[in-house]
Design a binder for this molecule. Structure first.
Ligand code: 5AD
Ligand code: SF4
Length: 612
């Protein structure tokens, strides 16, 4: 928690891959890789751009706003209610044709939330860069400050409200000396809190929802003229397929590639379907092209991104008349699964063939979309990491049903068994929510028992935070007291740590293929990287050879640099990381052979490839 991932990047709150508070900014010093080109009840609640009343008694018969209502509303009423908004192709009556160019204007991005937001920042920046904007990491220098926001929990939004107040104070001070700074809110909070942000609090000049980044240049020029400007239209199609993001990855040798957006699942606690809209997939050709370009640029690890990444379904290809999609056994969806399209297994297959030296990960998947084909493919391909995120959310059938997750505890555990059978040695991680509506002590104990049963490496654990517009907000009672949620959360964390420590301890003595990321934060004598399971591995920078590990290291080893693959012999472990000694440089393809050479050096009769 609160750890720094690089000098210019901070992980605040939980180090969650899917939705923590990841604050990216100021900028990297490395040159960017430019590719081609609160939930207390209130009287009025906002849906997209629509204001509607909700009575404070949630059980008073207010109908739950379901997916189809939501889509209808977002495509009809949103259009009507938008202030100052025109589609990006339209001209603004008071703006000259070239008014959206940003020559000599500087923009500073601050990114909060999940990797989807990191990728959204890369897309928004790509769009502004083409219009001549310059990027700065220093808010004091910026003409425009854009916050890429997260709404998943109240705490995430609170952080952004606080930041907006700070920025507004800076803006007022600056008014006396310079051109006024413009403040923009992008992403989920823009979608969810349009009126609060624009009208009530008057803290922002520009609002752009997750599907409106193409409109940013125009919105900024409207704001420059002194008006507030917003576009929070949700789209059924927008995937930014033709916008090649300007990647500024966390560690220089990895990049996120968005493959789908939105979510149709409508889990009862989750605001995402309301802020990011319907599921839609980016055409396979544009994903492959981006991965190819990244490979040419020497990127060694690509993480495919999407709200439900493994529900990917590209309807733009010929094979639209395919079979019904197969789900994980024992799982169902709240929506009718549509047939046809090119599915996640096909995409993963094609992506992994582009560059055998490039590691492929994906996040965040839904456990319902793990048919055997995808598991077999993961096992088969050396460059697809044997690491799966399987968000369980709860171990209690009663709670899972209230959450509308579409599976039982038994089906989830059966899936885990199947995964472990098909992908031996797989690393598993999960999300859990403590203190959801109606959760009893017994339900909580069931969650603890799932954590013990599965034995995850990594967990992302959250106290339930009521979000308006969700099914739970309308229909369920947030009845677990805050201190009980907190206590249960701490118990989940303790059990997770205990189990992760045991799982990681089993890796002591093994040889791990590590992709080096850089210098360890704790000591400049150490380097760190990640193994296939995405666990952090720390090892001394200088290898002298002949460590007391029972096997020899390469005494003449060339210096180890970020982006190198090295084999590391693991000597100790805790719940969060592994420690060891680098043995030699390798390539992804050669690593399996080399591991077995090292293993035989020590244990000639060893059948294990990864334990020396
Ligand atoms: N309260 C707490 N946690 C939540 N998540 C989603 N919505 C909420 C909420 N209202 C968690 C889930 C999800 C992760 C991205 O965030 O565990 O998997
Ligand atoms: Fe939210 Fe559920 Fe969709 Fe994940 S699958 S984004 S938890 S609604």
């Amino acid at each position: 928690m609160g750890q720094r991932t690089r000098p210019d990047t901070q992980l605040k709150a939980d180090p969650y891959l899917g939705c923590s508070l990841l604050l990216v900014g100021p900028l990297s010093t490395a040159p960017p890789r430019c590719l081609l080109s609160a939930s207390s009840l209130k009287q009025h609640r906002i849906c997209c751009s629509r204001t509607f009343s909700v009575q404070s008694n949630k059980r008073s018969g207010v109908e739950t706003f379901n997916l189809s209502d939501f889509v209808k509303e977002s495509s009809n009423e949103t259009r009507r209610a938008i202030n100052n908004d025109l589609r990006s192709t339209d001209k603004h009556a008071y703006l000259p044709d070239d008014s959206d160019i940003g020559i000599s204007r500087t923009v500073c991005f601050e990114t909060y939330g999940c990797q989807m937001n990191v990728n959204d920042t890369e897309i928004a920046w790509s769009i502004l860069q083409k219009k001549g904007y310059q990027r700065t990491s220093d808010v004091a220098e910026a003409d425009v400050v854009l916050l890429v926001t997260c709404s998943i929990r109240e705490k995430a939004e609170q952080t952004i409200w606080n930041r907006l107040r700070e920025l507004t104070a800076m803006k007022k001070k600056r008014l006396k000396t310079r051109v006024p700074m413009k403040i923009g809110v992008l992403g989920c909070m823009a979608e969810r809190l349009k009126s609060e942000l624009l009208e009530r609090e008057k803290l922002v000049d520009v609002l752009a929802g997750p599907d409106a980044y193409r409109d940013l240049p125009r919105l900024l020029s409207v704001a420059r003229g002194g008006q507030q400007a917003s576009n929070v239209l949700l789209s059924l199609e927008e995937t930014y397929a033709d916008v090649m993001p300007v990647h500024r990855s966390l560690h220089g040798h990895g990049a996120f590639v968005s493959i789908m957006r939105g979510c149709d699942n409508m889990c009862s606690y989750c605001v995402v379907p309301f802020t990011r809209g319907r599921e839609r997939s980016r055409p396979v050709a544009s994903v492959l092209e981006e991965v190819r370009i990244l490979s040419e640029q020497g990127v060694k690890e690509v993480t495919l991104l999407g709200q439900n990444v493994n529900s990917y379904r590209d309807m733009s290809e010929k094979q639209v008349a395919g079979p019904e999609p197969s789900l994980s056994r024992g799982f169902r969806t709240v929506y009718r699964a549509r047939p046809g399209g090119l599915r996640f297994t096909d995409l993963l297959d094609r992506v992994s063939l582009i560059d055998p030296e490039m590691r492929i990960r994906f996040t965040s998947p839904h456990p319902k979309d793990f048919p055997d084909e995808v598991l077999q493919l993961i096992e088969e391909r050396d460059n697809i990491c044997k690491q799966l995120h399987l968000p369980a959310q709860s171990g209690s059938n009663r709670v899972l049903q209230a959450m509308r997750r579409g599976y039982t505890r038994e089906a989830y555990l059966e899936l885990v068994r199947n995964i472990k059978r098909l992908i031996p040695g797989v690393s598993l991680s999960s999300d859990f929510i403590a203190g959801f509506c109606g959760e009893t002590e017994e339900d909580h104990l069931e969650t603890l028992s799932v954590i013990r049963d599965v034995r995850y490496n990594v967990g992302f654990l959250f106290a339930y935070s009521m979000r308006n517009k969700t099914h739970a907000f309308h229909r369920l009672q947030d009845d677990v007291p805050a201190e009980v949620k907190q206590r249960r959360l701490e118990e989940l964390i303790a059990v997770f740590r205990e189990e992760a420590a045991k799982v990681n301890a089993e890796l002591v003595g093994s040889i791990q293929l590590v992709l080096v990321e850089g210098e360890s934060k704790r000591s400049d004598q150490d380097l760190f990287g990640r193994n296939d399971g995405n666990l952090k591995v720390i090892f001394p920078r200088q290898e002298e050879g002949g460590h007391n590990t029972g096997i020899s290291t390469d005494a003449n080893m060339a210096p180890i640099n970020p982006g190198d693959y090295v084999l590391v012999k693991i000597t100790s472990a805790n719940s969060q990381s592994l420690r060891g000694h680098a043995l030699c440089h390798t390539s992804l393809k050669d690593s399996v052979k080399l591991v077995s050479v090292y293993c035989h050096e020590r244990l000639p009769d060893s059948s294990s490839q990864y334990h020396a």
